[in-house]
Structures are given as structure tokens and as C-alpha cells.
Design a protein around this ligand. Structure first.
Ligand SMILES: [Ca+2]
Length: 443
């Protein structure tokens, strides 16, 4: 009976479809999964229902359109389970919808059904709008996120943090440094949060040594910064802060990880149940040959620098989304786009550029590299992971089973953990525009 809802929706091109441009694909899947949750109907029944109504062609059409938006196997069990978890907060509203449709469907003649469909159509539209607005930050709901970063080594983390702080879709619960240099990274994070006027966000200190083989290229930016004077909360045990944030959240937390992930491995070891209330979005690996002209897939830093930790993070029982080098490795602001950020008087953009100039100066004259900080950005890998935490429309997404080889390559093979992978850009230009817009707070 619940498929009456879907059929009505199909009849009118569906509330889902009408709202397609606004409703993210996961929410469409989530709605379908929630319908299943309510009625405990097996997906196989859907086929029988369509046959009975001679609606196979319409099912093919909706499947096709769902795929065209999401590039996802709609009926994938793992995806469905994820959606069920994330849709629970809409369950009561859907139950009302279902009960209304149940009454309406209690007719026998097609004409009666069509008449009865009218209020259901309106109800579907109302529901779709509600679901759509659930993703609309102006309507109040934001996705709770934790940002786990190796800020201070490559400069893209700094850009990503600035972008993160300017995404109204996200509710940042915690930002913490990962992969050694705990004080250095915590200071960089805390000062950036202060510049952004976001000292309400807790800072987490990761574990590890302050002494590594990489220089602290951004040290001059925080040389006089006293972490003890950060107005907000500083968690000395960042790993426990991850656990506490996730375990106390009433809804799944999105963990955005953009570096080697020893914090994450430690958190999973200390409290494996975090995987039940979190999803993992990260910048990891390379899945197809061709990156920068390479004939084979290449090793990517975040994976190869701590293979064991990455294996733990990318095999845990949470839903995973990654941007490998295939997509994040080509993001670079140039020309007018870069100039807009460089010349902006926005304090956060200025802080990003100040850090970039410090970072870039380290390379000037070494290994034949030049200082590009006046003409273009470096590759902004990590910004794509921030984007994927709230949207995927600009990327082509594939569900791929991935394992990590002993030499740190992300191998697509059947035994791997299934994850959603941004393998190509649909609109790289659009992403770069979005990035600039967010950095300059142009919305
Ligand atoms: Ca990083």
C-alpha cells in the first residue's frame, strides 16, 4: 500500500522529481528507505506492485532519473541502511503521509483513485518541500560535522577550514588537528576560528610528536598566539572529543577527514560504536590511472603516510564518501577567481592568503619551484571533501569497493569496502565558483 504514495508521485512526476533540483539524492533515497522502514515492505514487492499497475515503464523512468541525479544504485543495501538512519527524524511526518494515502487508496475504481490522488499529490508536494527545506540551512537544519585536519603542512587544509566555516549547510561541532604536531595545529585552528568569529567551535588537540621531518611552514602566523587564551573550549584529548561528540549527537555526525588519520584509528579502537552514529567523508587515494598523466594509479599522501590508520578509517562500519586525486587533485584557483580571493578585504580570506604566502615562500627558489602565491592557488585537495559533506551534485559519484594495498594504493576490487567515490567532475568550474563564493562570504 505504501507504494500508492510512490505511484501518485509518479503520476505527477513525483514530489521527489518536482523537487529534484533541490532535494539531494541521498534524501530521495532516504525517503524511499523510510517508506520501507514504516511499512516493513520488501523491495521485491515494489516490482510486483508496478507490474500490477502496468507501471514498469514509469518505474524505469524514475529509476533512470534517480540514477541521473545520484549515479547511485538505488537499491544498494548499504546505501539504504545509511539512508534509513539519516531519515529517522522525518519518520513521523512520513507516517502521517502514509496513513493519509492508506485511506485514499481504499477505493476501487481508477477514476476514484485519481480523484483521491489530488489531495495526496498536494500532501506529497508539501512533504517534499519539507524534506527539501530540511537540507536548507535557512530553514534551520544543519549537518553536524567534525573536521579532522593536518593543517599546517600542505596549505590546502587552511583553505578547506575557511570554506568549512563559511558553509551554512554545516554545523561545525569540533575541529581538531591530526597526524602529529598537536600544539602547532591546534594553534592554527584556534586562530583561524577566532579570525572567522567562530570561537564558539571547540578545538581538539590530537596526539603525536611536535617534532617531525616536515617544517612548520606557517609557524610565523601563530608565533605569538597563546592557545590558552582561546575564548572557546580546547579539548586536550582530541580523540575523546571525537568520541564524545559523536556518541552524544542525536543524529549522525559527518566526520570530514583530510589528512593521515591516526586520530580516527584511535577513536575507533577506543569506542567502535562511533561508526554507528557517523559517516566518514575524506580526501584519500587515487582510483583510476591518468592523474597528472600517470599510466597507473599513484600513491596518495594521506593514505601512504599512515597506511594502518587509513585502513581502519576506510574499513569501519560507517558510510564512506571520498574524493581521491581523480577529482580533488585538479582544483586550483587561477586568474580572476584567485585574484578575487587574494584581493578581498574579508578577514578570513586575508588570513588564508597570509598563510598561503608564508607557505609558498618556503618553496621559493628550492627545487626550481617558484612562489605562485600572487598568481594562483596551490592544488586545493581538501576543499572537495568539505563540499562532499553537504552536496555531491558537481561530481560524478560511483560506489566502488576499495582496499588499501601494502604500498598504500587504493585498489578497486570486489573484496573491498564499498564507498561512494567522486571519480570525475561534472562541473569543476562551478565548484571553483562555489569555493570563491564561500571564501568571500558572497551569499
Ligand atoms: Ca590535508
Amino acid at each position: 500500500m505504501i507504494f500508492a504514495c510512490m505511484d501518485y508521485c509518479l503520476c505527477i512526476d513525483c514530489s521527489y522529481l518536482l523537487a529534484y533540483e533541490k532535494v539531494c539524492a541521498s534524501r530521495v533515497k532516504g525517503l524511499l528507505a523510510a517508506l520501507e522502514l514504516i511499512d516493513n515492505i520488501r523491495w521485491g514487492d515494489y516490482q510486483g506492485y508496478c507490474d500490477a499497475l502496468d507501471a514498469v515503464e514509469r518505474r524505469r523512468q524514475i529509476d533512470s532519473r534517480v540514477h541521473s541525479v545520484s549515479n547511485l544504485p538505488l537499491w544498494d543495501e548499504g546505501e539504504k541502511n545509511m539512508s534509513v538512519r539519516t531519515i529517522r527524524r522525518n519518520r513521523s511526518g512520513l507516517s502521517v503521509l502514509h496513513r493519509s494515502l492508506l485511506l485514499l487508496w481504499g477505493r476501487t475504481h481508477l477514476a476514484t483513485r485519481l480523484c483521491a490522488a489530488l489531495p495526496a499529490i498536494l500532501l506529497c508536494l508539501f512533504t517534499a518541500m519539507s524534506l527539501s527545506y530540511a537540507d536548507d540551512p535557512s530553514a534551520g537544519h544543519k549537518i553536524p560535522v567534525i573536521f579532522d585536519t593536518d593543517i599546517g603542512d600542505d596549505i590546502d587544509d587552511t583553505w578547506a577550514l575557511a570554506m568549512l566555516l563559511r558553509c551554512p549547510e554545516l554545523d561545525v561541532k569540533l575541529v581538531l588537528g591530526d597526524h602529529n604536531k598537536p600544539q602547532y595545529r591546534a594553534k592554527l585552528i584556534a586562530k583561524m576560528l577566532e579570525v572567522a568569529g567562530r570561537s564558539d567551535i571547540p578545538v581538539g588537540i590530537g596526539f603525536g610528536s611536535e617534532i617531525t621531518s616536515y617544517p612548520n611552514r606557517l609557524e610565523d602566523w601563530i608565533v605569538d598566539y597563546d592557545l590558552a587564551r582561546y575564548p572557546g573550549t580546547v579539548h586536550r584529548d582530541g580523540v575523546q572529543a571525537i568520541i564524545d561528540t559523536i556518541m552524544s549527537s542525536p543524529e549522525p555526525v559527518t566526520l570530514i577527514c583530510v589528512g593521515p588519520a591516526p586520530n580516527i584509528a584511535a577513536a575507533l579502537k577506543r569506542e567502535p560504536r562511533i561508526a554507528d552514529n557517523a559517516r566518514f567523508v575524506g580526501m584519500y587515494g587515487n582510483v583510476r590511472p591518468g592523474f597528472q598523466g600517470h599510466q597507473e594509479i599513484v600513491q596518495e599522501y594521506n593514505v601512504v603516510d599512515n597506511i594502518d590508520a587509513c585502513r581502519k578509517a576506510l574499513s569501519a562500519a560507517w558510510d564512506i564518501v571520498i574524493t581521491p586525486l581523480d577529482t580533488c587533485g585538479v582544483v586550483q584557483l587561477k586568474g580572476k577567481k584567485y585574484a578575487r580571493v587574494r584581493d578581498s578585504d574579508d578577514p578570513l580570506a586575508q588570513a588564508v592568503i597570509a598563510n598561503y604566502r608564508l607557505w609558498s615562500a618556503h618553496f621559493k627558489g628550492t627545487d626550481g619551484r617558484e612562489d605562485l602565491s600572487e598568481s594562483r592557488s596551490s592544488i586545493l585537495f581538501d576543499t572537495v571533501a568539505v563540499y562532499l559533506a553537504f552536496n555531491e551534485a558537481l561530481c560524478e559519484m560511483e560506489v566502488l569497493p576499495i582496499t588499501i594495498s601494502d604500498d598504500g594504493k587504493t585498489i578497486v576490487e570486489p573484496a573491498g569496502k564499498k564507498m561512494r567515490v567522486a571519480t570525475k567532475w561534472k562541473d569543476l568550474d562551478g565548484f571553483e565558483d562555489l569555493l570563491v563564493e564561500r571564501l568571500l562570504n558572497d551569499k
